[in-house]
Design a protein around this ligand. Structure first.
Ligand code: NAP
Length: 291
């Protein structure tokens, strides 16, 4: 790897927490693969310090940043320019710094589509189920609707949050039929059986199975039991790399897509925004253990 010197270009990650992020290993492997004198560093930043941290990055001449939980929405408000997609989603996960100005992008949305299409999914005309309506679930629902999904069902523990996500999806893609479902075994069983694409975007561990209390208890089992051959299932959770949901998908003959695929696909697009060069995807895959 090129030695750090007076010409090293710095990019990084702001979030809280960041200690377990795979992004530094992934991006530094990419810089090494291309022999670039760049480095990627993770910074834990409090919500109150985010605006000053972003201005500080510009003042230091950094080339860009990734933004992760819980700062993606705040970053969309803090940047100087918003790319149209980031504006529609209301969240920024990538910032390019040029001439001291902060330019906000969202690579979670195209990254999700890259990961799904790479696994053989055809979002156009599909029926999709998104579990979770936080930042990741909302981005997934918007991505699928904008890619031409016929119907998107958003299931979430807190119904009002699913309804807010549904409104955002409807604004982004008026032609898509958007429905909200409860995170109960009955509703999930019904929705998953009708779905061509399933995206799990809650932060509940499916490994823990049965940890929810009524009326949600059992939704994980209903999800696993309802999968059928041909369905494409993406689990945003990537610890462990082969989650209980992905194992259930494989057992049902469905196509299982690891959250590591999404990590690499969104990271590759961030890399290209910062550097203007094609990302060395194989090196990035190896660095995060996506096989
Ligand atoms: P977030 O904004 O905090 O949202 C959390 C979501 O999980 C909400 O829908 C929440 O429901 C739900 N939830 C939390 N605990 C739950 C439980 N016990 N039972 C059922 N639902 C529960 O987080 P996020 O940014 O959307 O991230 C969600 C997940 O995706 C995380 O595991 C994150 O690591 C993962 N992710 C992965 C990638 C990747 O590159 N692979 C990228 C982004 C995110 P309520 O609204 O009811 O609270």
């Amino acid at each position: 790897m090129a030695a750090i010197d007076g010409l090293t270009t710095l990019v990084g990650l702001v979030g809280d927490p960041v200690a377990h992020s795979l992004s530094p290993a992934m991006h530094n492997a990419a810089f090494e693969a291309l022999g670039m004198n760049w480095r990627y560093v993770a910074f834990r930043v409090d919500a109150a310090a985010l605006p000053v941290a972003l201005r500080g990055a510009a003042a230091l001449g950094m080339a860009g940043l990734n933004v992760t939980v819980p700062h993606k929405e705040a970053a969309a408000r803090a940047v100087d320019v918003l790319d149209p997609l980031a504006r529609r989603v209301g969240a920024v996960n990538t910032i390019r710094i040029r001439g001291g100005r902060l330019e906000g992008f969202n690579t979670d949305v195209p990254g999700l589509l890259d990961a799904l299409v790479g696994a053989g999914a055809s979002p156009a005309g599909s029926t999709a189920l998104v579990l979770g309506a936080g930042g990741a679930g909302r981005a997934a629902a918007v991505a699928l609707a904008e890619a031409g999904a016929r119907q998107v069902v958003i299931a979430n523990r807190t119904r009002s949050r699913a309804e807010a996500a549904a409104r955002a999806v409807q604004q982004a893609a008026a032609g898509c039929l958007v429905e909200v479902a409860d995170l109960t075994p009955e509703a999930i069983r019904r929705a998953v059986r009708a779905s061509d694409v399933v995206v799990h975007a809650t932060s509940a561990s499916l490994e823990a199975g049965g940890s929810s209390s009524p009326p949600q208890a059992g939704w994980q089992e209903a999800l696993a039991e309802g999968l059928r051959p041909g369905t494409v299932v993406l689990d945003m959770v990537y610890r462990p790399a082969r989650t209980a949901l992905l194992r259930a998908a494989e057992a049902a003959g469905a196509r299982a897509v690891s959250g590591l695929a999404l990590l690499v696909c969104q990271g590759a697009r961030s890399f290209e925004i910062w550097t203007g060069r094609p990302a060395p995807v194989d090196a990035m895959r190896r660095a995060v253990g996506w096989d």
